[in-house]
Design a binder for this molecule. Structure first.
Ligand SMILES: Cc1cc2nc3c(=O)[nH]c(=O)nc-3n(C[C@H](O)[C@H](O)[C@H](O)COP(=O)(O)OP(=O)(O)OC[C@H]3O[C@@H](n4cnc5c(N)ncnc54)[C@H](O)[C@@H]3O)c2cc1C
Length: 524
């Protein structure tokens, strides 16, 4: 638990698990912390969840947990006590004092149903003390239903429940009595109004049988409907500056929720909410849907952040990759960077050339220069890295051609070669930003003597479409045709070709890549 997760989900009900599932499938590291008290725990089954009608709440959550962990999401039992901002993300402290870190938070802590204080009522909550006709109406259809009015909405609630049963009573309890219009409506729908406070519930065995009024009278009932106050479980969010707002119906406040945009994003950057904590009206299926929506928004937010970071890193890399220091670092990081074999296009093009004076630009560890020297060429090999040149010189010694190679430490961009001095100028895989490249290649062309050959080889841009996985630098790649445009046809005989070559990608697959090859002979 010491790592920083992409996302920590606080609350593992329908909203939290659906969010975690989508995030795990999006290959995000995600941890769900759940205190294990889903709101509908007392209910026998979840209704109106298409395809899972009547599934016990615990069973639905267990299936959801298995799906989340099946994709690598983690779930722990615990209670998050506090949340704080930390290093561009968040740090959460759990009740057991453990600390978690996350880049983003998805808070799906649900709500608390604050029940009217009537003796015996809380014990029967979710079984025969009910609030939601869509959750329980069918199960108590045609039964005797008492609606306990605790506010001005009691009358509407009674009207609603009348849809499920002809035996509905309005228990006025401590609510304002219905006005004349309401009394007429209730009478029209044959809903009996029972005055006076309810003193307690009457239970036989483990079954509600009615309510006892303060005056001692008993009303026989099979179910009691209440209107809890729905209070967002949002204490944690106060630490992050988020306060719940009141939710009203007909001027009556019946709950609180955390305000958020349609994706669940809150006013606190990096914090999303979903399910009942953000929407007191959410049912299980809509809480799950909101979790999914928030997860997608979180993933998009992380992708945007990662893209910004990648652009920053890339700019830095491109700005520093051609310095002497960068090349030194590259060579000193490994005993050998290159294979030690000459480049295949050099071998293909220079094997039949009569040896003369050769310029090897960016000679690296010297495989090309040594190969040329062995074939009788007098080679000037130029590189920006002293380490590479030392290795190259050692190879030339080993090959017995040290006297035919001049190793030159230089940045060819700053110290161009002498004009018209070489019978072969070879630049293998020199990739530079466009303008610098054009200037350098023009100078290399200028260094070719009459009758000599210019050989430029690079990674073809087609390789970007393959899985070869080089550094992704499209602006530094070139086609052979692009190279050829710089050469005057009156002066040069040009061959510009994309030559296929077999390579092995990082996954071990054999693939075809292409070298961009320019071979130009100077006529005059
Ligand atoms: C009795 C009853 C019956 C219902 N029946 C139905 C029905 O049939 N069909 C239907 O669609 N809806 C039903 N509902 C509504 C349903 O319960 C909610 O819509 C649903 O539970 C909302 O899901 P949620 O993920 O937002 O919250 P919850 O399911 O309440 O999950 C929140 C989770 O967060 C955890 N948590 C809270 N705070 C923390 C913390 N600080 N740290 C870690 N974990 C925390 C809780 O322990 C809980 O596990 C019923 C509700 C009740 C009360």
């Amino acid at each position: 638990m010491g790592d920083r997760y992409d996302v920590v989900v606080v609350g593992g009900g329908a909203a939290g698990l659906a969010g975690a599932l989508a995030l795990a499938r999006a290959r995000r590291s995600v941890l769900v912390v759940d205190a294990g008290e889903p709101r509908n725990a007392p209910a026998g089954g979840v209704h109106n969840y298409l395809t899972r009608e009547g599934t016990p709440p615990g069973e639905l959550l267990a299936a959801g947990r298995a799906e989340v962990t099946g994709y690598g999401g983690q779930i722990v039992t615990g209670r998050v006590r506090t949340a704080a901002r930390d290093d561009g993300g968040f740090s959460l402290t759990l009740a057991d004092a453990s600390v978690l870190r996350a880049r983003r938070l998805l808070v799906t802590t649900g709500l608390v149903d604050e029940l009217p204080e009537v003796p015996g009522l809380a014990r029967r909550w979710g079984r025969d003390v009910l609030h939601c006709p869509y959750c329980h109406g069918w199960e108590v259809r045609d039964r005797r239903i008492g609606v306990l009015a605790t506010g001005p909405t009691g009358v509407q609630q009674a009207q609603l429940w009348r849809q499920w049963s002809p035996h509905v009573l309005l228990l006025v309890h401590d609510a304002p009595p219905p006005n004349a219009d309401e009394l007429e409506e209730l009478a029209a729908r044959e809903i009996t109004v029972v005055d006076g406070p309810v003193a307690e519930l009457v239970v036989a065995g483990d079954t509600l049988t009615g309510v006892r009024l303060a005056d001692g009278g008993v009303v026989d009932l099979d179910a009691l409907v209440v209107a809890p106050r729905f209070t967002a479980r949002a204490g944690l969010l106060a630490d992050l500056g988020l306060a719940p707002v009141e939710v009203e119906l007909g001027g009556h406040v019946f709950g609180t929720q955390i305000p958020a945009d349609p994706s669940g994003a809150t006013a606190a950057a990096g914090v999303w909410v979903a399910g009942n904590v953000a929407d007191v009206r959410a049912q299980v299926i809509s809480a799950a849907a909101a979790g999914l929506t928030a997860a997608a928004a979180i993933n998009a937010d992380l992708v945007a952040e990662e893209t910004r970071e990648a652009v920053r890193e890339r700019r830095h890399r491109v700005a520093t990759m051609f310095t002497e220091q960068a090349w030194e670092q590259r060579y000193t990081s490994r005993p050998a960077v290159w294979s030690g074999r000459p480049n295949p296009q050099l071998v293909a093009e220079a094997s039949d050339l009569a040896p003369g004076r050769a310029l090897d630009v960016g000679s690296g560890e010297g495989a090309d220069a040594v190969w040329l020297a062995r074939r009788g060429w007098r080679v000037t090999a130029v590189d920006i890295s002293r380490t590479a040149l030392q290795r190259a010189a050692a190879h030339a010694d080993d090959a017995g051609v040290a006297d035919r190679v001049d190793w030159v430490h230089a940045d060819v961009r700053e110290q161009p070669p002498v004009e018209a001095s070489y019978d072969l100028v070879s630049a293998q895989f020199m990739h530079l930003p466009g303008e610098e490249r054009d200037v350098l290649f023009a100078r290399l062309a200028g260094a070719v003597a009459v009758g000599g050959t210019l050989l430029i080889v690079g990674h073809h841009p087609w390789d970007l479409r393959t899985s070869v996985h080089r550094m992704h630098l499209p602006e530094m790649m070139y086609t052979p045709q692009e190279l050829a445009t710089g050469l005057d046809p009156a002066v040069w005989d040009v061959r510009a070709e994309a030559r296929p070559r077999t390579a092995v990608d990082p996954q071990g697959r054999e693939i075809t890549i292409h070298d961009a090859v320019l071979v130009a002979r100077r006529r005059s």
